[in-house]
Ligand binder design. Structure first.
Ligand code: SF4
Length: 188
């Protein structure tokens, strides 16, 4: 199904957490003849070798699809500082609120700097995440960054997640076994 952006905008700034979550989203956006730039900003991921592996897969797919890619900083120490005191929180808890907001606030700022008004994230496609929690973080990030709008599209609709799994298989993406930070354990 063809996607239509809010206000009939024609370009999207997409925060991407990993290749398995973003493959289907990237293909849908391109199939809708929208201009797309991918932003990889995930300072939550630990250890760094895992971060580099996930990033490499996203870069590989962006190159294949001829999609612009912007690399965010890997400031894991900042992430640790911002989530201090929340180490024992369960997944979908307060630590994840901070983690989502940190990533999406930076996304909104870099979107604006690159003349994009609409941003979205691949974080919400996974059934291991609380979609509403991700959307609340995106909306807060947009409120703090005047001139931007968070697009809270439900990527799981129309068998989005299942199709994403098929693309992952087809592209032979690296499949991570945990959300990302050193405190996460659940398979995602
Ligand atoms: S479990 Fe995932 S979303 Fe939650 S804080 Fe860790 S990396 Fe971030």
């Amino acid at each position: 199904m063809i996607l239509t952006l809010p206000h009939n905008e024609k370009k999207l700034f997409l925060h991407v957490c990993c290749a398995p979550c973003s493959g289907r989203i990237i293909e849908r956006v391109l199939d809708s003849s929208l201009s797309l730039t991918v932003f990889f900003y995930n300072p939550n991921i630990s250890p760094e070798t895992e971060y580099l592996l996930r990033k490499k897969e996203v870069v590989r797919f962006c190159k294949k699809k001829d999609v612009s890619f912007i690399d965010g900083d890997y400031n894991h120490n900042d992430w640790i500082a911002q989530t201090k005191g929340l180490e024992a929180e369960p997944e979908k808890g307060k630590r994840c609120d901070v983690c989502f907001f940190m990533r999406l606030k930076k996304t909104a700022q870099i979107a604006l700097k690159n003349h994009f008004n609409i941003f979205a994230t691949s974080l919400s496609i996974s059934r291991w995440k609380d979609m509403e929690q991700v959307h609340r973080a995106g909306q807060r990030a947009a409120q703090k960054t005047p001139g931007t709008l968070f697009w809270d599209f439900n990527w799981r609709k129309d068998t989005g997640e299942e199709q994403g799994r098929e693309i992952s298989k087809r592209e032979n993406f690296y499949q991570q076994t945990y959300c990302g930070c050193e405190y996460s354990s659940k398979k995602c």
